[in-house]
Ligand binder design. Sequence first.
Ligand SMILES: Nc1nc2c(ncn2[C@@H]2O[C@H](COP(=O)(O)OP(=O)(O)OP(=O)(O)O)[C@@H](O)[C@H]2O)c(=O)[nH]1
Ligand SMILES: [Mg+2]
Length: 441
Amino acid sequence: MTASSTIYALSTAPGRAAIAVIRVSGPKASNVLHVFTGRTPAARQAKMAILRHPQTREPLDQALILYFAAPSSETGEDIAELQIHGGRAVVRAVLDALALIPGCRPAEAGEFAHRAFINGKLDLTAAEGLADLIDAETEAQRTQAITLASGHHATLYQGWRTRLIECQALIESAIDFSDEGDVSNSAANMATERATALNDEIRSHLAGADRGEIIREGFRVVIAGPPNAGKSTLLNALAHRDAAIVSDEAGTTRDAIEVHLDLAGLPVTVTDTAGIRATSAKVEAEGIRRTYDRAKSANLIIWLTDIAQSAPVPPDLAQEGTPVLTVANKIDQSSAPSSDRDLGISAKDTSGIDALTQEIVSCAQSRIGDTVDLVPTSARQSFHLNQCAEHLQNYLDHQNHDIELRAEDFRLAADSLGRLTGRVDAEDVLDQIFSRFCIGK
Ligand SMILES: Nc1nc2c(ncn2[C@@H]2O[C@H](COP(=O)(O)OP(=O)(O)OP(=O)(O)O)[C@@H](O)[C@H]2O)c(=O)[nH]1
Ligand SMILES: [Mg+2]
């Protein structure tokens, strides 16, 4: 990816639409508008224009064109934006024509955002936020992603990094003045005081990482229970579609089946699993192993049983601390009381499903908490924050170590935050982050 090339891509979704937006970024952006329309409009002023073929001058489409001059643009480069009609042939013709203009080439996935990063328009956390925003399917995900994309995390992390660099400077001055005991000690004490406060802040921020990741990945609900309890029927009722096969044959479901739901604005992933029983059938046994696997990473387990049968929750099913909701199914079929279980439902005629949904939502809400708090949202962020906290802890735990080594702890801690925002060693993770974007972003 060299910044000297000019890149272009369809930024709206492919397929027939009223309008399609093609973006061009790089030194030839203004030239592209000139070739198509005979002029470049003033920056940031929308103009109607006929786009003409670069060679034949045949009209291609009537478009609304916009020009953004570097550095005041999303990528920090010159940008041309063509708002054309969204017919497939129109889009094709304009993209083909762009390919004829020297110095222009199609953009790779995420290349616009990558250039914005290189030009200092956003840091890596904001880039992650943009990718999350494009992927967001629920309100909670949108809220979290827009906070990240708006640079609130970036500001917090930059602030911490600056404070770490100040601590490092204090320790270095303590080294410089080491023959003046008082001055040296007070600089070192000040650094320790600041490091303690910073360590507390970073650790309490990290304590929310779990919540941030649940919002991003979805709150995981696993439906488990004996065969034929109606687990697949319940999954279908929650999803409002036939996602899983239902049959009166015990042992129908083998592979775990996942559906992604939006429950009251919260992302929830519900997994239907193979019914648990003793079996000698190989495939079914593998299915049951998978049920245990899923249950181990669940945020909530629904233990579903037939109301007419009592089946206790297997003691090794849930991870310690994972809530288990016991639910009796098929209440339409039996008058037996369900008082020994948390809820009674009929997955088939959907009675009790609203109450169950409500229960799932309140479990998810209590786990996710207040989504306006700033929390780490990805494993990558948590990793670097943890590294930073470890270096700080190292500093705090070794008060009697050689002072020169202790300045190094601050440098390493600051570097961890630098990696988080992309100021240090960004190359390693760029592909991983920017390839998540679609082409045109
Ligand atoms: N009467 C009644 N029948 C139900 C209800 N829920 C499920 N069933 C029936 O129970 C049978 C088993 O349902 P499934 O949803 O396949 O059960 P499962 O727990 O997924 O079973 P396995 O995949 O074999 O573990 C089917 O015949 C369903 O139609 C219910 O609420 N009431
Ligand atoms: Mg099933």
